[in-house]
Design a binder for this molecule. Structure first.
Ligand code: ADP
Ligand code: TRP
Length: 325
């Protein structure tokens, strides 16, 4: 049985790009009876950028509700909040003492931000060490991540090897990254990659009238309503194609090519397809957002399962390091 593990930072509300690019494929993968999925909300990592506690709390609840709304099975799998299992932070310290300074200096996640070192906190610098701890604590085999995390996975392997070398045995299991190279990039309402950092995202859980307002803002060219339009370059059409059935997509394509069909019509069709395809997740999301005790109960049960495994690893590591187990 393969143990699949991944973490999701709680630094914003989940959007359509996260759903199609990460959450839905991961839920699909977790349904395979040969896999066991470990999924946690990386709230400690979010502290490197987000300091506001109330916001973090909201994002954690929102992300957890999203995974549950999309059918992540928390009985079969393990689902928890990183900060509640203190072994993450503990292992991170031990591993930081096995991490050469230049390795962290070379991390692109750090280099990208290093023009203004005064703005870089030590947590951001050691971010890959905490991420290694997240993975190595659970003997995870496969780590599905985006391309931007590939280097962090190589570091996790490197750090684990250094530790194992000292131990003289394979205490830590070397993880494999699984990177979906052909994973498409979902465009945002302005046509750039949909991202919380560009503020161009669609939150599918918004109430209908607010969702409508966001969809109205999708950028389009100024071709008049009666003229034919090019579906292949239009953002609304692209987004519609990600959700609609083949027949629905063909109909919309023909409408574009025929003319007499405006971008307003296409946006209305996009709104309707979101409301229709995501009716059940929208209902469940609101249910969990409004039933915090139930949500907390689910996370707590997951935390207990996670802790049992984390403690086993920590105990082996402590023994090797002479801290007693
Ligand atoms: P953001 O860019 O909004 O900060 P994250 O970096 O937190 O999103 O991404 C979380 C997950 O969602 C990652 O696995 C990432 O690959 C996926 N993801 C984010 N945006 C998109 C997008 N526009 N298209 C496809 N996948 C995306
Ligand atoms: N750094 C990852 C991201 O930003 C989130 C993350 C934290 C993670 N710990 C992890 C992913 C462990 C996989 C495994 O997307």
């Amino acid at each position: 049985m393969a143990r699949i593990l991944t973490g999701i930072q709680s630094s914003g509300l989940p959007h359509l790009g996260n759903l199609l690019g990460a959450i839905q494929p991961a839920v699909e993968l977790s349904r395979n009876p040969d896999n066991e999925s470990f999924l946690f909300i990386a709230d400690l990592h979010s502290l490197t950028t987000l300091k506001n506690g109330a916001e973090r709390e909201l994002y954690v609840r929102s992300i957890a509700s999203t995974w549950l709304a999309f059918g992540f099975d928390t009985d079969k799998n393990v689902f928890w909040r990183q900060s509640r299992v203190q072994e993450h932070a503990e292992l991170s310290w031990y591993l930081s003492c096995f991490t050469p300074f230049p390795m962290l200096q070379n991390a692109t996640s750090f280099k990208d931000k290093s023009e203004k070192l005064a703005d870089v906190n030590a947590g951001l610098f050691t971010y890959p060490v905490l991420m290694s701890a997240d993975i190595l604590l659970y003997d995870a085999n496969i780590i599905p991540v985006g391309k931007d995390q590939k280097q962090h996975l190589e570091m996790a392997r490197d750090i684990a090897s250094r530790f194992n070398q000292l131990a003289g045995e394979d205490v830590l299991i070397l993880p494999e990254a699984r990177i979906d190279e052909k994973m498409m990039t979902i465009p945002g309402i302005d046509g750039q990659k949909m991202s919380k950092s560009y503020n161009n995202y669609i939150n599918i859980f918004l109430p209908e009238n607010e969702l409508k307002k966001v969809i109205k803002k999708i950028v389009s060219d100024s071709t008049p309503l009666e003229e034919p339009k090019d579906p292949e370059t239009d953002i609304t059409f692209k987004l519609y194609s990600l959700l609609a059935s083949d027949a629905e997509i063909d109909t919309m394509r023909q409408n574009y090519l025929n003319g007499g069909y405006g971008y307003g019509h296409a946006k209305q069709a996009l709104l309707e397809v979101i409301l229709d395809r995501y009716a059940e997740p929208r209902r469940l999301y609101n249910y969990y957002m409004n039933n915090n005790d139930e949500l907390e109960g689910i996370l707590k049960a997951g935390e207990e399962k996670a802790r049992v495994i984390a403690r086993r690893t920590i105990s082996k590591v402590r023994r090797v390091l002479g801290f007693g187990s």
